[in-house]
Structure formats: structure tokens, C-alpha cells
Design a protein around this ligand. Structure first.
Ligand code: FAD
Ligand code: MLT
Ligand code: ZN
Length: 474
């Protein structure tokens, strides 16, 4: 056993320092199966003080550290590189709900708590935690924070950053920053909390958080709506919002090609419409009570929109089972893409009003560059966030597709930059977009980010190769 492993085992116990290939395997590949890395060890601390001990040992030995939660990153953010120099620091054993305060409307949790467990704990306390995404059964609060996760209820409740009041963070040198305050107002200087949120494990290890809770919505109304295209969907958005106001919780878009892919690969997904539409929107409203009233409100908005020529057909869920079946279609998309083969994934953000124009011109541009290419477009239209995925043309080999994928990404991101958008809305830069980050971020922004990185991680040990290009200039 070398010195490093012995010291880590001394701090955490041998059972929590995984060195065998077999034990490490689940931690070294990403959910999409795109990256495979190597590590000197996978360590599994069980408390904040144990995380601090790991960081002190790694700082002394100059060992890179890759933090990992549920390992559901869509950008290779939690996968180490292939050198085998780093350790993977799994937060999954930090899994306690520390406190729920119904009056302050807050919950304090360890970073390794799985998102679904936080939702359940809030529910048991008669409260509601709104972050919701397809990976909620396995992703962790620490990963949600490090990635500033979005999901399907951002329209009403905001992203993870907007749902967070306080953080506890272990710094690169092992010091613990206790920022676990539950304050809604605090004007005492720079918002350090917001610096760590979205930093993808490159500035510190998040070990705990104070999150906001909300009143539980007892009523929901869900509709699966056929539309002609993204332009019709965009016009439907204000029409629904005008009738339903803040009750509008989700507004999720899928093209017909995307729906066909889901129905093909997800055996128990059933289209609730008479015919396959050119595109569809999944709409959800939520409110404190009066489910029949809520449904009537949604139906009225849809009837108006049929008359205005925006809606081709619609199914409104009559009970929870039907609503779940609608969501099952939407939630099947990531799995369907993986089963179809490796897609070139883009997670773009643009002003909401520019989205239809973006889809039309990007479709035309990628099809001109790569005849037969298959855009699979879906996402959180109401947030101005689309997942613009590209699948190879029928019969194209993975190697041929891989060779042109960077050019296609360039085309997609050119369309984004033209509209003053962002190359990542919610999945983060990870290792997937580091090259594009260098091209698309202003030099001044990159320079400031590097300075912050140097301040908090002078030896560059925290999640190297992720988020930031090696230097601002080369
Ligand atoms: P990991 O994948 O383990 O890590 C993510 C990043 O955070 C890595 O950079 C890692 O180093 C860092 N990290 C993890 N824990 C910590 C910590 N405690 N301290 C510091 N850094 C840390 N994302 C969305 O935003 N919206 C969606 O709708 C959405 N849907 C998804 C659906 C599916 C089926 C899947 C597989 C993923 C989806 N994602 C979505 C992406 C992903 O689930 C989220 O980004 C999630 O927030 C990651 O959490 P995790 O615990 O799995 O983090
Ligand atoms: C989603 O919205 O379903 C996701 O962010 C996951 C994906 O893009 O595959
Ligand atoms: Zn998404």
C-alpha cells in the first residue's frame, strides 16, 4: 500500500478507499457511456470532517480530486481523466437530512442526499421541494448544486441557485467554510454561495446546503398538446400564461422526430393523441387546491389556442395515472437517445422569443453540412433552453459521425452566439465543452474565472480538465 492510500485508509477506514478495478468501475464511466477514466482510488468519506481530511491529504501529496455525486452528469463532469493520477471523491455516504424548519420554510441536507429523498422528506413534513429532473432517483443535492441543475419546473421555481440559501464547502486545502445560513436577506459582501453553485467541483467540495421549501401544490393539471412546430409552441406559451399566470409550472417541447424515437425505444410509452404530431408540448399547471378548476383553466386556454390555430390536438390528463403516463414519454428521451446510439448533445440557452428561429436556421445549417443528419430537439422551451441533439444519418458509422461532430457543434453554437445565447443552460461545461468554452467565452470572463480558480485552488487539484480551458490564452 503506498503512502497516499495508507493515509486515506487511516482517515476513512480501508473499506472506504476503493482500489480494485472491479470496485472502482461504476465510478469511472459517465451515465452516457461517453467517457471512461482511471483513478488511484475512489474514496467515500462519511462526514464533512472526513472530506476535509481527504482534502488535506490530497493537498499534501498534490493529488487531483474529482468530486462525484450520483454520477449522472451529461457533460462528463464527474469522470476522471485517463491518467489515473486523480482520486474520485464520492459524496454518496454524506446522506442525512439534517433539519427541516417549517416556519422558515427550509431544509438542511448533506450534499450526498439523493434529490428524490429530499423531495420525499419535504413532502412528509407537509412542504414541497420543487427541483425535478429525469435523474432525480440517483442524482444528489451536491451534484445539483455543482451543476446548478434546472429540470422541468424552472419556469415557476427557478434553478438550483434560486432554490438555495446556504452552503457548507470544504476548500482545496481542507478548511471548512460554514455558510449554512438560512437567511433570505444578507447584504454583507460578495455572495460566495453563488460562486460555488455551478462551479462543477472546480472551486470546492460542497458538503451541505440549506434549501428553500414551498407550499405543497395539491392540484395539478397536465396536458399533452400537438403543435405544428416550435413557432406555434412559442406562441402558445403566452396564451397559456395569460390564462394561468404563475400556475404554469412546466412547458416542455418535443419535436415529432424526438417523440418517434421515444416511442420506438421506450416500450411502455404511449402517445395520448390520435396521430403522431409534427411537434408536441407537455404543459403542467399546479396550484394549492381546486384541481377541477385548474383543469378547466387549462382546457379553456387550449380551446382558445385551437381557435387561434396554435394547437392541432390536445389530451388533458383526467387523473394522476394519465398525467404520469404523459410525463413518462418526456422522461424517456435521455434513455431513448442512449439506446439509439451516441448523439452529439447540445444544451443551449437563448432568449425565449428567439427559439423558433434558432431551430429553423440550425436545422437548415446542419442538414446542409451533413445530409441525412437527424436533429432530435426537445427541452425546456419555457425557460429558453433546448436540448439540440444530433444523431448520425442512417447507416453512418460511429467513426464517420465522430469525425464531423465537432463541426456540427460549431454550427449549432454559432447560431447560439449570434443570438447572444449560452452553450450550456443546465448540463454544464464538464469535459465535453471545454474546447468550446475557450472559443465562446469572452477573454475577460475567462481571465477572471482563472483568477478565482487560482485563489481557491492554487495547485489546480480540484476537478482538473473540467469547466476551464488550461489557461485563458492557450
Ligand atoms: P455528478 O454527475 O456526480 O456530478 C456533476 C458535477 O458536479 C461534476 O462536475 C462533479 O465533479 C460535481 N460535483 C458532484 N458533487 C459535488 C459536490 N458535492 N461538491 C462539488 N462538486 C460536486 N440536468 C438538468 O439540469 N436538468 C435536467 O432536466 C436533467 N435531466 C437529466 C436526466 C437524466 C436521465 C440524466 C441522466 C441527467 C439529467 N441531468 C439534468 C443532468 C444531471 O442529472 C444533473 O446535472 C445533476 O444535477 C447531477 O447530479 P449528480 O449528483 O449526478 O452529479
Ligand atoms: C432533460 O431535460 O431531459 C435533460 O436535461 C436530459 C437530456 O438532455 O438528455
Ligand atoms: Zn434538460
Amino acid at each position: 500500500m503506498d503512502d497516499l492510500i495508507a493515509e486515506l485508509a487511516g482517515a476513512l477506514g480501508e473499506a472506504n478507499v476503493l482500489v480494485s478495478e472491479q470496485d472502482q468501475a461504476p465510478f469511472l464511466t459517465d451515465w452516457l457511456g461517453k467517457y471512461r477514466g482511471a483513478a488511484r482510488a475512489v474514496v467515500r468519506p462519511g462526514s464533512t470532517t472526513e472530506v476535509a481530511a481527504v482534502m488535506r491529504i490530497c493537498a499534501r501529496h498534490k493529488i487531483p480530486v474529482v468530486p462525484q455525486g450520483g454520477n449522472t452528469s451529461m457533460s462528463g463532469g464527474a469522470t476522471p481523466d485517463t491518467t489515473g493520477d486523480a482520486i474520485v471523491l464520492s459524496l454518496m455516504r454524506l446522506n442525512s437530512i439534517r433539519n427541516i424548519d417549517a416556519i422558515s420554510n427550509t431544509i438542511v441536507v448533506d450534499a450526498g442526499v439523493v434529490l428524490a429523498k429530499v423531495q420525499q422528506a419535504a413532502q412528509q413534513a407537509g412542504r414541497f421541494f420543487p427541483l425535478s429532473l429525469g435523474a432525480e432517483g440517483s442524482c444528489t443535492i451536491g451534484g445539483n448544486l455543482a451543476a446548478n441543475a434546472g429540470g422541468v419546473a424552472v419556469l415557476r421555481y427557478g434553478t438550483m441557485r434560486e432554490l438555495t440559501l446556504g452552503l457548507e464547502v470544504v476548500l482545496a486545502d481542507g478548511r471548512i467554510w460554514d455558510g449554512l445560513t438560512a437567511l433570505r436577506k444578507d447584504n454583507t459582501g460578495y455572495a460566495l454561495r453563488d460562486l460555488f453553485i455551478g462551479s462543477e467541483g472546480t472551486l470546492g467540495i460542497i458538503t451541505g446546503a440549506v434549501l428553500k421549501l414551498f407550499a405543497r401544490p395539491h392540484a395539478r393539471a397536465t396536458a399533452f398538446v400537438a403543435v405544428q412546430d416550435a413557432a406555434a409552441a412559442l406562441n402558445l406559451l403566452p396564451a397559456v400564461r395569460d390564462r394561468c399566470g404563475d400556475r404554469l409550472t412546466a412547458f416542455e417541447f418535443m419535436t415529432g422526430e424526438c417523440l418517434a424515437l421515444i416511442l420506438h425505444h421506450i416500450g411502455d410509452a404511449r402517445l395520448p393523441l390520435a396521430a403522431m404530431p409534427p411537434a408536441a408540448v407537455l404543459i403542467e399547471l399546479s396550484d394549492q387546491d381546486d384541481e377541477p378548476g385548474l383543469r378547466e383553466r387549462l382546457e379553456a386556454a387550449l380551446i382558445d389556442s385551437v381557435e387561434a390555430g396554435l394547437v392541432l390536438d390536445a389530451a388533458v390528463a383526467q387523473d394522476v395515472t394519465q398525467a404520469k403516463a404523459f410525463w413518462h414519454i418526456r422522461e424517456g428521451v435521455s434513455e431513448a437517445l442512449v439506446r439509439e446510439g451516441k448523439a452529439a448533445k447540445h444544451d443551449v440557452s437563448i432568449p425565449v422569443s428567439a427559439m423558433a428561429d434558432f431551430v429553423t436556421s440550425t436545422d437548415a445549417a446542419v442538414r446542409a453540412a451533413a445530409p441525412g443528419i437527424r436533429p432530435i430537439v426537445f427541452g425546456h422551451l419555457g425557460d429558453g433552453n433546448l436540448h439540440y441533439n444530433l444523431l448520425p444519418a442512417e447507416g453512418q458509422t460511429p467513426a464517420d459521425f465522430a469525425a464531423i461532430a465537432p463541426d456540427l457543434t460549431r454550427i449549432v453554437h454559432d447560431e447560439i452566439v449570434r443570438r447572444r445565447g449560452s452553450i450550456s443552460a443546465e448540463h454544464g461545461i464538464g469535459q465535453l465543452r471545454v474546447g468550446e468554452m475557450k472559443l465562446r467565452k469572452a477573454p475577460l470572463e475567462l481571465e477572471l474565472m482563472h483568477q478565482l480558480k487560482h485563489l481557491l485552488d492554487p495547485a489546480g487539484l480540484l476537478n482538473p480538465g473540467k469547466l476551464l480551458p488550461a489557461s485563458p490564452t492557450n
